[in-house]
Design a protein around this ligand. Structure first.
Ligand code: COI
Length: 353
């Protein structure tokens, strides 16, 4: 139910200024944004208003203690003009799991999806037509109490902003296995999509960039022995014909919607899949022996991102040529196909707005 949303449209659309052939990730924002405040222990009336600055006091709790979470989703235009969201109910569930970990008020899952759909309907002209591009949606929630005391805020702001964007990674990525810094410890916030996890990753990722890598592969915080996830995506490997991905049993790995879809699809196709701990040693031995057949990142922004090279302790291992990789090629073709409408969406993953 979204009849209660108040809509105030911009008098001046920015659509005419967009270069649709050049859509860098996260830099161009659509005309409107959704805003819904939480106060007096209840969600207030949502509003869709022109995209623009928000004001806050310097003592805003989020600025000091980072009580904030976010999601990443995409609105895609099919060849026949229909616009869909990909498994938005999984984002709604993960959003609420993050809320729970960060002591924030949840949003009813169906309501979350309806709010997202309402913004996309308003911004439908901002959904790119090209197959590789989409309208990236960034729902986020942050504390708004004006107080320097350390305690959960009593007021919050939920917002959704949208940006037309092309591929996050323009080419296969080079990743370094990180054995010193830690992304998430057991009992910490690794499973939540919260800003602090990303802030803590900036220095190690910068150091990896300085060495010529695009991203890191994080290892567990206890022994740095098992691979966990990459900075902007989760990991999938194929070794000896078996699809492997780090299990999400611990609370250190973010539950990726795209990674879950890869696993669901592989099972649906009857392919062997194992969700379990994967040691650095096992991965490197498989690369050295030529038993690693595929390796890719899976994420909303990253989509299916082939990994070209893995670095460890000063060594760099080139992975098999992307053209030889049957799993990632098949998965990407299937996901692109259901989104464009070229393939029947038999699992009902693309939800029309
Ligand atoms: C997403 O894939 O939506 C993400 O949130 C990753 C982002 C940090 C680029």
């Amino acid at each position: 139910m979204t009849d209660d949303i108040r809509i105030r449209r911009t008098a001046q659309s920015k659509l005419g200024q967009v270069d649709w052939n050049h859509l860098p990730f996260g830099r161009i924002f659509s005309d409107h944004m959704l805003v819904m405040d939480y106060a007096d222990a209840a969600w207030q009336t949502p509003e869709i208003v022109p995209y623009g600055p928000i004001s806050m006091q310097p003592c805003n709790a989020t600025l000091h203690y980072g009580q904030t979470i976010f999601e990443g989703m995409k609105a895609i235009r099919a060849a026949d003009g229909r616009i869909t969201l990909f498994r938005p109910e999984l984002n709604a569930r993960r959003f609420n799991e993050s809320c729970q970990r960060l002591c924030m008020p949840s949003i009813d899952e169906a309501r979350f999806v309806e709010l997202l759909k309402a913004l996309v309907r308003c911004e439908r002209d901002w959904v790119p037509a090209s197959a590789e591009s989409s309208l990236y949606l960034r729902p986020f929630l942050f504390a708004t109490d004006e107080l320097l005391g350390v305690r959960p805020s009593e007021t919050y702001k939920f917002m959704v902003i949208a940006c037309p964007a092309g591929a996050y990674y323009a080419k296969p990525v080079s990743v370094k296995i990180e054995e010193h810094y830690t992304r998430a410890a057991e009992g910490g916030t690794g499973r939540a999509k919260t800003a602090g996890n990303y802030a803590a990753s900036l220095l190690p990722t910068k150091l990896a960039h300085d060495e010529g890598f695009d991203q890191l592969i994080w290892t567990d915080g206890k022994e740095h022995r098992y691979i966990e996830e990459s900075g902007t995506m989760n990991l999938v490997l194929v070794i000896d014909g078996v699809i492997l991905t780090p299990s999400e049993d611990s609370d250190t790995i973010l539950r990726s919607v795209v990674k879950r879809s890869v696993v669901d699809l592989a099972k649906h196709w009857g392919l062997p899949v194992e969700e379990r701990r994967i040691s650095v040693e096992e991965l490197v031995a498989a690369i050295r022996d030529g038993r690693l057949q595929d390796a890719f990142g899976a994420g909303t922004a990253a989509t299916i991102a082939p990994i070209a090279e893995i670095g460890l302790r000063g060594e760099r291992f080139a992975l098999p040529p992307v053209e030889t990789r049957t799993l990632s090629t098949r998965i990407k073709a299937y996901l692109d196909g259901i989104k464009s409408g070229a393939i029947a969406d038999e699992l009902g993953w693309c939800v029309e707005v």
